[in-house]
Design a protein around this ligand. Structure first.
Ligand SMILES: *Cc1c(COP(=O)(O)O)cnc(C)c1O
Length: 458
C-alpha cells in the first residue's frame, strides 16, 4: 500500500496507510458512535479497534436488507452477509478466503427436550466458546491488513479467561502477527491458564502478579504509548473490534435461514450477554433481513441491562463475580452501539428488547434440573439463557426459540460436574490443547515488565 500524505506520528494507534481518509464512491465507511472522529475504511477501523474519540466504530449507513439463501455453508453465508461491509475496502477481495479460514467448524442448531426449544451450539471451535468465531475472523483480517510490513503487529490482550484463549488460539502461527496475553496469576481456572500458556511460537503468555484490572490498565497504557508503538506496532483484539462483532452475525443467519426453510417460521433467540457483542450481532443480522424474531438478553447477577430495560437509567457499575464469569460485566461496552442503532431513543430501545437477570443459585438449579430431567448439560452462561427461556414459556410465549450456547460445559467443569454428579467429556479440540505443555512468564504488575516483553521479542 502506498504511504499517505497526512499520516502523522500523532496517530496513537497503529493504522494502515490512508487510515482516516474519507474516500468518495461506494466504499462502506465507518464512523464513531461519539461522532467526533473522521470516517474510516473497514481496514482502518479494524486496525484501530477503538475510534480516536473513544467511541466505537459503526457503519455510516446500515446496508439495506438483502435476499439471503438457505442451504449455503456457514462460510458462504458469512460471505454473503458481510459483503456490503467490505465493499470498496482493501479486504473485499479476500472476504471469501477470510470466511473460509475463520468459519471452518460448525454452529449447529439442535433441538432441546422441551417442545419448540433449541440450542445453537457455538462451542465447536478450538477453545470451545463462541469467541472463537470472532477471534479467528479478526486474525485473518489483521494478518492481511498488516501484509508484509517489516515488523509483526503485536496484539495485546488482558484476559480474565475466555477471551485470551480464543485470541491466542486464533492468532497462533498467523503470519505478520504476534500476541501478548496478560492474565491475573492464580485468578483464572487451571484449565484456562493451561489454554493461555500452551501455544508458544508467536504467542507470549504473561501471568501478572495482580488483578484483572491491573492487567487491563497495563494494556491500556501500552496502547496509548506512542513511543512504544514506534518500537513495536501494537493493537488490541477486544470485543469492541468490528472484526469480531460483524462475523458473529453469520451463525445467526445460517441457523435462522435453515430453520425458516425447514419450518416456514422465524427463529427467536435468548442470548447470554456480558459486553453485548454476541447479542448485538444477532440484532444487526435481523436489520439486514435475516429471519430472526425476538432477541432476548439474558444476564447473570450483573443487572445493569436488566435494570435499564425495566425502565431505570443506564447506570454502569463495578462488576460482581458470578458462576457465569465471562459475563461479569458492569458496563457493557457494546451498549453504546445499541443506543446508536436506536438513535439514542431510549423509549424505542426499551420497547424493542427484554433483558432478565439470573442469579447464581438459579444457574445451579437450572444446570442440575435440566440434567436430571432431560440429560441436557449446559455451561453456566448458557444456563442463564435457558432459565430466561423457561420463564418466557411459563408466561405463555409461543413460537420457535433457541438459546445461544456460548461455551461447552467442559470448560466450566468445576461448576457443572458437582451439580450433575458425573464427569463431562472434554471436546477433542480442547483436549488437544490441554495435552500440550504450557508455559507462562511470571511478571510483576509493572509497566516496565510489560514493555520489556513487548520490545524484546526476538
Ligand atoms: C464472552 C462470553 C459471553 C458474553 O458475550 P458478550 O458478547 O460479551 O455479551 C457469554 N458466554 C461466554 C461463554 C463468553 O465467553
Amino acid at each position: 500500500m502506498p504511504a499517505c500524505a497526512g499520516m502523522t506520528s500523532k496517530n496513537r494507534h497503529w493504522m494502515p496507510a490512508c487510515a482516516g481518509m474519507t474516500s468518495k464512491g461506494k466504499h462502506m465507511q465507518f464512523i464513531s458512535t461519539r461522532n467526533n472522529a473522521p470516517a474510516a475504511s473497514l481496514s482502518a477501523a479494524i486496525a484501530a479497534g477503538l475510534a480516536p474519540d473513544g467511541g466505537l466504530y459503526v457503519p455510516e449507513k446500515l446496508p439495506a436488507p438483502r435476499e439471503l439463501h438457505a442451504g449455503a455453508s456457514l462460510a458462504a453465508t458469512a460471505t454473503q452477509l458481510l459483503q456490503p461491509f467490505f465493499a470498496g475496502d482493501a479486504l473485499e477481495g479476500g472476504l471469501p478466503a477470510i470466511c473460509a479460514a475463520a468459519f471452518d467448524f460448525p454452529a449447529s442448531l439442535e433441538p432441546l427436550a422441551t417442545p419448540r426449544d433449541h440450542v445453537l451450539e457455538l462451542f465447536h471451535g478450538p477453545t470451545a466458546a463462541f469467541k472463537d468465531f470472532g477471534a479467528r475472523f479478526l486474525a485473518q483480517c489483521m494478518s492481511r491488513i498488516r501484509g508484509n510490513a517489516d515488523k509483526p503487529l503485536t496484539i495485546l490482550v488482558a484476559t480474565s479467561g475466555d477471551t485470551g484463549a480464543a485470541v491466542a488460539a486464533a492468532f497462533h502461527r498467523v503470519p505478520n502477527l504476534r500476541v501478548v496475553v496478560l492474565y491475573p496469576d492464580g485468578r483464572v481456572s487451571p484449565r484456562q491458564a493451561h489454554q493461555l500458556g500452551c501455544f508458544g511460537d508467536n504467542v507470549t503468555a504473561l501471568r501478572v502478579a495482580g488483578s484483572f484490572d491491573d492487567c487491563q490498565a497495563l494494556v491500556k497504557r501500552a496502547l496509548n504509548d506512542a513511543e512504544l508503538h514506534g518500537q513495536a506496532p501494537l493493537s488490541s483484539a477486544n470485543s469492541i473490534s468490528l472484526g469480531r462483532l460483524l462475523p458473529q452475525m453469520s451463525y445467526y443467519a445460517h441457523a435462522a435461514l435453515a430453520h425458516q426453510a425447514r419450518t416456514g417460521d422465524k427463529l427467536n433467540f435468548v442470548v447470554p450477554s456480558g459486553n453485548l457483542g454476541n447479542a448485538l450481532a444477532a440484532i444487526l443480522a435481523r436489520t439486514l433481513g435475516v429471519p430472526l424474531g425476538e432477541i432476548v438478553l439474558a444476564t447473570n447477577a450483573n443487572k445493569v441491562l436488566a435494570d435499564y430495560f425495566a425502565g431505570s437509567d443506564y447506570t454502569p457499575s463495578a462488576s460482581v463475580a458470578t458462576l457465569a464469569n465471562a459475563m461479569d460485566v458492569g458496563a457493557p461496552s457494546n451498549f453504546e452501539r445499541l443506543r446508536w442503532l436506536y438513535q439514542g431513543d431510549d423509549a424505542a430501545l426499551r420497547g424493542a428488547f427484554v433483558s432478565r437477570s439470573v442469579d447464581d443459585a438459579t444457574i445451579r438449579e437450572v444446570i442440575a434440573r435440566r440434567f436430571a430431567q432431560h440429560g441436557e448439560i449446559f455451561c453456566p452462561h448458557t444456563a442463564t439463557a435457558v432459565k430466561v427461556l423457561e420463564d418466557l414459556r411459563a408466561q405463555g410465549k409461543d413460537g420457535d426459540w433457541a438459546v445461544a450456547a456460548t461455551a461447552h460445559p467442559a470448560k466450566f467443569e468445576s461448576v457443572v460436574e458437582p451439580l450433575i454428579g458425573r464427569r463431562i467429556e472434554v471436546p477433542l479440540a480442547l483436549n488437544e490443547l490441554l495435552q500440550r505443555p504450557a508455559f507462562a512468564e511470571p511478571i510483576a504488575a509493572s509497566y516496565d515488565a510489560l514493555t520489556w516483553h513487548i520490545v524484546d521479542f526476538g
